[in-house]
Each structure stands twice: as C-alpha cells, then as structure tokens.
Design a protein around this ligand. Structure first.
Ligand SMILES: Nc1ncnc2c1ncn2[C@@H]1O[C@H](COP(=O)(O)OP(=O)(O)OP(=O)(O)O)[C@@H](O)[C@H]1O
Length: 454
C-alpha cells in the first residue's frame, strides 16, 4: 500500500474551554474520495481547517504528503491543499476570472509574471467547474450555488494534490449536486485526493470511497460507506432513528430517517411468520421485473414486515428484496410455480395483514400469485399505467386480476403506504370503485377496463 497522503495523529483542538477535536487519528490514501460526516457541531469544519493549516492543533500532528502542515508557510501549505469553504460570501467586487486566477497565487513567485502554465490551469479550471459563462461577471452578482462553483474553480486552479470541500453541495440544485460530485469523482479518478464535509448521507454513500464519521470530536468510524452507516452508528452519532437499506436503483447504501417512535430493532426481517409485535404489520408483495423495487423499499423503511413472492431467481425484484434483507419465495426461471412454492406463498399471504400487487404484467407467470391473493381480505393493487394499457397475457390471469380489482383498493405507487396504513388500521376489507373512493359494494362485473374512470 502507498504512503497515506494525509496523516492525522492524536489531534486535539480546543477553542478556549471547548474541546472540539479530541484525539483524532486518521489516514487518507492518495487518490481516494473521503466524506466527512457527522452531526452539527461534531467538528467537521474544524478538522478541515486543521488540515489546511488555518487552525493550529493544541496537540498532535497533521501531515500532508509527508509535510507537517503546522511547519509550512501558508504559501507552501496552499501548494498542497486547496479548500472550497462553506461560506462563499466574497466581500469585494472581483470578477469571476480574477477569483479563479487567485488560485495560482501560491505557485507564482512574488515578482514573477503570469506564466503559460498559470493561464492554462485557469482555463482548465473554468471548464471543469463549468463557470465559463460567468467569467466576466462580478462574483457579488452570482447566486450562492454559482459562487460555490467559482470557488471550486479557484481551488482547481490551485492544482494541489489534496482538495478539501466544506459542504460543496449545500446550496446547489439537484442537478448541480450530482454534477459537482461526479466532477469530484472524475478528479479523484485522475489522481487527486478529496475530502469533503457533507450532510447528505445518501450522496456521501453513493459517491465517496470512504466515510469518516465524527461525533463529539472523535472518530466514531472510518471505512467504506456500508461499514460506517449502520443503524446503530446513526443512532449513536445523530440520535437518529434511521433505517439503512440499499437503494433499489443505484445499489448504494441508503439511509432513511424515520420519525421518533418507529422501531429500529434489528430483528430478522426474513421470517414471515412469528412474532414481531412492534412492527406495524405484515405485508406480502406480488411483483416481478422491477415493478416491486420501490414498494419493497418504502414498505420496509416504514417498518412493515415484508414478504414477497413467488419471484423468479435472478429477477431484479428478487435482488432488491435480498439487498434489503428480505427472504423472497423464488422459483427457477421458466420452471413454473410448483405445489410446494405455491403453499409457501399461500402461507405468507395468510400471515399477511395486507397484500400489495405491484404494477405487474398480468400473465401466466403471476397467475398462481394472483390466485393466492384472492384469499386475502385486504388487497392493494398498484396501477401506475392506465388500466386499459395493461399487458394481459392469458385470459385466466386477466379474469383473476379483474376479480381482485373488484374488491381491492387501487392506487398509484406513490400512495401505497397510505393505502396500506389505512387498510390495516381500519382492520376491515375495503372495496374500491376504481376512483380512489371506497364503496360498500363490489364494482359491477360487466364494466370494461376502458370504461372505468381512474
Ligand atoms: N473559532 C471558533 N471559536 C469558538 N468555537 C468554535 C470556533 N469554531 C468552531 N467552534 C465550535 O466548535 C464546534 C465544532 O464546530 P464545527 O464548525 O467544526 O462543526 P461542524 O461539524 O462543521 O458543524 P456543522 O455540521 O454545523 O457545520 C462547535 O461547537 C462550534 O461552535
């Protein structure tokens, strides 16, 4: 392994009687992207400011590229470390090009002129940070997010091995958040090392190689996102009741903070039967082909005990279910549902407080699942596509689905958790007239899909 680019040993920083960093030990490898996470006041900004030399340690050492930062002049430190601060307010009327050119100051001799390398570094930085369109404007006329990108360009022009960023996405819109983090990733791929304080744990988990969790001035954990962002660590550091799962689309670790009162109890969620009285209920999901991914995630995050199946082995929903710790009932692809599997599905449906049918293809593959669902008292059908555009494959499946539809609640996927809460809380089956309002009577059998209002 190469020598670490950053090495922090037994670092202690206090402001008067307030000890802000207390015995920090950490190393950062060259070419890595590290997210500094932790609650407000944990000491993230202070650690960044110690790394760039603007705050002096009370004890301990901070080295970058083998040099003790405290021993370097500020020009020498600025050739190693560039910083994008959290506060982007600039007091003077500089134009954007002048600000970015300031990034070259540590490289220019006091009496030397402007070299070709300086000019090229500025041009590259303007392009990479995507600020060329503002180049003639005064920094004071830019929005907070635009100013942040200009200060990133200044830091890039500085051409340092280490880049520090303090909440670089805080005032950016969603598009520029992603673009900034993608840019940082590409800089890291080119060999730069970046450390960023960041509050958005999900962006941090997705983009950073490693996270360093600070809590009460100490390192609570450092390592890959999945090792650092555990429910227990989030509870200890943030006092947050959070659920950690995998994002169904990106596969990254995904944190959902829950309101107080929902259990985060670490119980095994794979077992469909048996007591877990603290969970709000059991939900069985019928899906396939990725139609259930979001449902699984939402229902699991809401605390339900979720079962799913039968699904094909290798189906995206099978993968998603496993990634969040569920144990789907599965069959080999094209093997069909054998009696044993059917019985397993029926047991889960029997044990469920509610069955949710995702916006699935209505065909022979799902027929045994749909049939089993007809035994349930409370059924929610997810219909995001217009009913008459559904892909029916096989008369029998269509007939079973129609009969389910006559007694189920039909909702768009974004309304599923509300519907499930409603059904379970009401503790009675609810009939739908297909318009979202409930009726006591089943809808007439003879209405065609195209005639149903949605
Ligand atoms: N110059 C200073 N003088 C006195 N106290 C300070 C100073 N700078 C920071 N602090 C205190 O040190 C603690 C840590 O602050 P710091 O800004 O490092 O936290 P942070 O983790 O970056 O917080 P946030 O997430 O809110 O930005 C806070 O209690 C803060 O009030």
């Amino acid at each position: 392994m190469s020598d670490p680019l950053v090495s922090v040993e037994d670092l202690r920083v206090a402001f008067g009687s307030l000890t802000v960093l207390d015995g920090i030990d950490a190393t950062v490898e060259p070419g890595s992207f590290v997210g500094l996470v932790g609650p407000n006041g944990a000491g993230k900004t202070t650690l960044l400011r110690t790394l760039n030399g603007t705050v002096s340690p009370d004890s301990g050492t901070v080295s970058v590229a083998g040099e003790r930062i405290a021993d370097l002049s500020s020009r020498a430190a600025s050739r190693l470390v560039a910083t994008v601060p959290q506060d982007t307010s600039v007091a003077f009327e500089f134009d954007v090009r002048q600000i970015v050119e300031m990034g070259r100051n540590p490289h220019r001799s006091r009496f030397g002129g402007w070299s070709r390398a300086d000019a090229e570094a500025v041009e590259r930085a303007l392009d990479r940070a995507d600020v060329r369109e503002f180049v003639e404007r005064s920094i004071t006329t830019l929005s907070g997010g635009e100013r942040q990108r200009v200060l990133l360009a200044r830091a890039l022009a500085q051409e340092t091995p280490l880049l520090l960023l303090d909440e670089p996405t805080a005032s950016l819109d969603i598009n520029h958040q992603v673009r900034t983090l993608e840019l940082l990733r590409s800089l890291v791929a080119d060999g730069k090392t970046a450390i960023t304080a960041i509050h958005d744990l999900n962006l941090a988990a997705h983009y950073c190689d490693e996270l360093l969790l600070l809590s009460d001035g100490k390192v609570a954990a450092q390592g890959p996102p999945e090792a650092v962002l555990t429910e227990r660590a989030l509870e200890d550091a943030f006092d947050a009741n959070a659920v950690v799962s995998r994002h169904p689309v990106t596969g990254s670790v995904y944190v959902t903070a829950l309101p107080d009162g929902k259990p985060v109890d670490g119980t095994d969620r794979s077992e469909p039967a048996g007591g877990d009285s603290e969970r709000p209920g059991r939900v069985h999901v019928i899906g396939g082909g990725g139609t259930a991914a979001r449902l699984l995630y939402v229902l699991d995050a809401a605390g339900y005990e979720v079962t799913i199946g039968a699904l094909n082995e290798g189906d995206t929903d099978t993968e998603t279910a496993r990634s969040i710790g569920l144990d789907p009932v599965t069959v080999e692809p094209f093997a069909g549902v054998d009696p044993e599997t059917r019985a397993a599905v029926e047991r889960r449906i029997d044990a469920a407080d509610c069955v949710v049918v995702a916006d699935v293809e209505i065909g022979t593959g799902n027929l045994p699942n749909l049939r089993a669902a007809t035994a349930a008292d409370r059924v929610v059908l997810v219909e995001d596509r217009p009913f008459d555009e559904r892909n029916y494959v096989g008369e029998e499946a269509a007939r079973v689905y129609e009969s389910l539809r006559e007694r189920a609640r039909t909702v768009a996927s974004k309304d599923v958790s509300t519907a499930v809460v409603d059904l379970i809380d009401r503790d009675m089956p609810v009939h739908s007239d297909g318009t979202g309002g409930e009726t006591a009577e089943p809808a007439p059998r003879d209405r065609r899909p195209s005639e149903r209002s949605r």
